[in-house]
Design a protein around this ligand. Structure first.
Ligand code: CMC
Length: 440
């Protein structure tokens, strides 16, 4: 196979040969180096050709060996392992280790890793004073974004991002502390006293403990719900170069410390088109209210009044494998918690949408957020906490990308270019000669 792509420049009659770069999976695609396009110019002074790609629809920003998605076949692999197997056989902390280190841990590696994470679950008490400054009804995602950034001031050494040992410590701290911060954010927003970590519990059980413990001296969650939460965390742990991970990479490319970088990634996740979608799915189901109203709601979506939240994906154009796993998980949860009306509305919505020409033509399928919200709700987790849970899970993914990026010889500060569409050079106009423009 000739690994070159030829481009004929009709402006100059020149033929340019561009080298192709290939991924390791058969469906990973190939890329040309955007920098090579700069050599395609009409004169020495010409800037050269740029790639114009708003929203990065078709741009590879880095080489990565962490996660692979084949959107047409509904395949998701973490370090080569299918998500279905990890979700049925692993724990979240095992998967976090896999994402970060590239291999599943053996027993002793896992015990050490578990102990390491458990060691760091407590927060500096001063964080509580910081949280006290928020309004009583502050959204926990806003609290999380700010308190994550504030950790940077507690651990100033983390600014040395070139030291692998310091990076490793920051990674452990972040994975360990984010559930505590998240649970504190929730307890603050509902006026409950903070519940401290219980390091005898698993990662997921401890989170439920910090959310829900009241007068019990020892909190023990239902084992089914503990496992379901762990699986939810596994499913959300990484998703290659999505909006929040790209934010993490962009911010950290300036050598910013990991706490402010994870905070920036969390902010990216907050939006309703990304991690905030699960919150909106529940609002949507509540607004629909009954199974009977699903048809008329879908009509409004087709008229373009609003989007069907929890549907569609930039990459998955067949099905989202995470949504399939979650649909099965939902039935396990409802066996413990009893059914709620949202599931029936969601099932009807899915049935109608999947048979409707509008959704078929646009390849719109339920995504991970469609069922996760219903499950969280059944588990008693308040709607505002849904994106927070997404952030807890995705922290291991963000940090894996950060660590990979720090070791990447191709690392440069993220700095995209643009096609300038403003005025060409023009002369300065003094104030007394400026025409009044009505701008209000
Ligand atoms: N409901 C109705 N129509 C939709 C939807 C939807 N959820 N999503 C896309 N479309 C239509 C869109 O209007 C457009 O139609 P047309 O070609 O007639 O203009 C077409 O499908 C393509 O949409 P797009 O906006 O170009 O697609 P995108 O790849 O830029 O956006 C998306 C992907 C996830 C932002 C979008 O599908 C969406 O807004 N979904 C709802 C929000 C949601 O569930 N987000 C969670 C994503 S999964 C979790 C995560 O990884 O973050």
């Amino acid at each position: 196979m000739v690994d070159k792509l030829s481009i004929n420049d009709n402006r100059t009659g020149k033929k340019h040969e561009l080298s192709l770069l290939h991924g390791t999976h058969v469906n990973a695609g190939s890329a040309i180096s955007a920098k090579d396009l700069r050599d395609i110019k009409t004169s020495e002074k010409d800037f050269g050709v740029l790639v114009h790609d708003p929203g990065f629809m078709n741009t590879s920003a880095c080489k990565s060996s962490i996660t692979f998605i084949d959107g047409d076949s509904g395949v998701l692999l973490y370090r080569g392992y299918p998500i279905e197997e990890l979700a049925s056989k692993s724990t979240y902390l095992e998967v976090a280790y896999l994402l970060l280190h590239g291999e599943l841990p053996d027993e002793s590696e896992y015990d050490l890793w578990n102990a390491d994470i458990t060691n760091h679950t407590f927060l500096n008490e001063k964080i509580k004073k910081f949280l006290d400054g928020f309004r009583y009804d502050a959204h926990p995602m806003g609290i999380l974004v700010s308190s994550l950034a504030s950790l940077s001031t507690f651990y100033p050494k983390s600014r040395n991002v070139h030291d692998p040992k310091i990076r490793a410590r920051s990674i452990r701290r972040l994975i360990a502390k984010i559930p505590t911060l998240a649970a504190f954010a929730y307890r603050y927003s509902v006026g409950l006293p903070y519940a401290y970590p219980d390091n005898d519990l698993s990662y997921s059980a401890n989170f439920l403990n910090m959310m829900f413990r009241t007068t019990d001296t020892k909190y023990q969650p239902d084992p089914v719900l503990e496992r379901v939460l762990d699986v939810l965390l596994i499913l959300h742990a990484d998703h290659e170069q999505n909006c929040s991970t790209s934010a993490m990479r962009a911010v950290a490319s300036s050598d910013a410390d990991p706490y402010v970088s994870v905070s920036a990634a969390t902010a990216g996740l907050y939006g309703p088109l990304h991690g905030g979608a699960n919150e909106r799915v529940l609002e949507m189901l509540a607004e629909i209210g009954t199974v009977k109203k699903v048809g008329s709601y879908i009509e409004k979506v087709k008229q373009g009044e609003f989007r069907l939240m929890g549907f569609g994906h930039r990459v998955y154009k067949n099905f989202d494998p995470r949504a399939k796993i979650l649909k099965n998980l939902a039935s396990q949860v409802f066996e413990v918690t009893g059914k709620n009306k949202f599931l029936d509305i969601a099932l009807e919505l899915e049935k109608i949408a999947l048979n409707d020409e509008y959704f078929i033509k646009r390849k719109l399928y339920p995504n991970v957020d469609f069922y996760s919200g219903i499950i969280y709700r059944a588990m008693g987790i308040p709607v505002e906490m849904f994106p927070v849970l997404f952030a807890i899970a995705r922290t291991s993914g963000w940090l894996s990308h950060w660590e990979e990026m720090r070791n990447d010889p191709e690392l440069r500060i993220a700095r995209p270019r643009q096609i300038y569409t403003g005025y060409p050079d023009r002369g300065y106009v003094n104030m007394d000669s400026r025409k009044l423009k009505k701008i209000y």
